[in-house]
Design a protein around this ligand. Structure first.
Ligand SMILES: NC(=O)c1ccc[n+]([C@@H]2O[C@H](COP(=O)([O-])OP(=O)(O)OC[C@H]3O[C@@H](n4cnc5c(N)ncnc54)[C@H](O)[C@@H]3O)[C@@H](O)[C@H]2O)c1
Length: 316
């Protein structure tokens, strides 16, 4: 499969590029970014560098572009006949996501809900489904990332620009609400409350926020998201039931299960980013070979709709 990478920024270069170069079923044929500085940094790779995508020279494209750019690019690329792996979130609001209504080729679009592919999420889903933790569970998702480092101008500018397009529940919620649907047997049945707060006056939007949601079977989720404080609480997801507690480390995805039988740590081979970006590309090649998109555009839109409601914005 001939694939182009569009978006040579942080996640494009640090995670998608090495995964694309490693994958035996993929030939990386084009690197695309309108920013000449970003292109110049990759000149040594010997892969054609373009300011705009040449859709005639590839079968698929990975879009590691900002979420306010990704929706129209996804539509244009899918309509040009390309298979698309589009980064999350699929848009910054349901209004911005309206552009996907133009798309008859939705089946060609896979969404970069990368960590859905981790075996740790599968293990956690199995412990919830088979009653290892109890009949009904409380999920506590504490998602804290992107510490404020005033000396790092690139990071500060990138995160500030991202916050201008929506608060952390929109950006991080893309992953978390998708996991919750996957773990708890379906979409939430109610959003019971929500909160948001801003820790510095100069921020464009609240940088902390959360909600309580109810899922089928009475499972509950307490979710908290936070970006851009000088120090961060632990990032982890814990699942508590009558019979046990499972804790997923938010960065390594190591799992710790505590039950009456004792404590057990489950650790999967390799680092989380490498295994998830590799598995994500396995799915992308499978899509090219006729499998269904996983996660699909509809999965990405469902997570965005929840995130927007949690962020206190009507999901029009
Ligand atoms: N899946 C994950 O785990 C994960 C992790 C981090 C970020 N992300 C997502 O990836 C996306 C990019 O994040 P980032 O931190 O790398 O941003 P970034 O700003 O560092 O990089 C984005 C790049 O896209 C380029 N770009 C803009 N318009 C373009 C166009 N029309 N064609 C090609 N390139 C274009 C920019 O010049 C920039 O180089 C965001 O949506 C973010 O939420 C996903």
């Amino acid at each position: 499969m001939r694939v182009a990478l569009a978006g040579l920024g942080d996640i494009g270069v640090s995670a998608h590029l090495p995964a694309l170069l490693r994958h035996p079923g993929i030939e990386l044929v084009q690197l695309v970014d309108p920013d000449p500085g970003r292109r110049a940094e990759l000149a040594g790779l010997g892969i054609p560098l373009n300011a705009e995508l040449d859709a005639t020279a590839c079968d698929g494209v990975v879009l590691a572009t900002p979420p306010w750019v990704t929706p129209q690019l996804t539509v244009d690329c899918a309509r040009a006949g390309l298979f698309v792996l589009a980064e999350k979130p699929v848009a910054t609001s349901m209004a911005a996501a309206k552009v996907y209504d133009q798309l008859d080729e939705r089946w060609r679009v896979q969404v970069g809900l990368t960590y859905r592919h981790d075996p740790a999420i599968g293990q956690l889903a199995a412990w919830i489904a088979d009653g290892t933790l109890g009949e009904t569970v409380l999920v506590r998702a504490h998602i804290y990332d992107e510490p404020f480092r005033p000396g790092d101008a690139e990071h500060t500018a990138r995160i500030t620009a991202t916050l201008e397009h929506g608060p952390p529940p929109v950006h991080e919620g893309a992953h978390v609400f998708d996991w919750l649907t996957h773990l708890l047997g379906g979409e939430w049945t109610s959003i019971d409350d929500q909160w948001a707060m801003q820790t510095r006056k100069d921020l464009p939007t609240p940088n902390l926020g959360g909600a309580r949601l109810t899922y089928p079977g009475g499972h509950q989720a307490l979710v908290e998201f936070g970006w851009f404080t000088g120090a961060l609480p632990r990032c982890e997801l814990s699942v508590l039931g009558d019979r046990g507690l499972a804790v997923l480390d938010g960065f390594t995805f190591d799992l710790t299960l505590t039950t009456a039988e004792g404590e057990r740590v489950v650790r999967f081979p390799g680092d989380r980013a490498t295994r998830c970006f590799d598995r994500q590309l396995d799915r992308f090649v499978a899509l090219y070979n006729g499998a269904t998109a996983d996660p699909s555009l509809d999965d990405g839109l469902a997570a965005l709709r929840t995130a927007q409601l949690v962020a206190g914005r009507p999901a029009c």
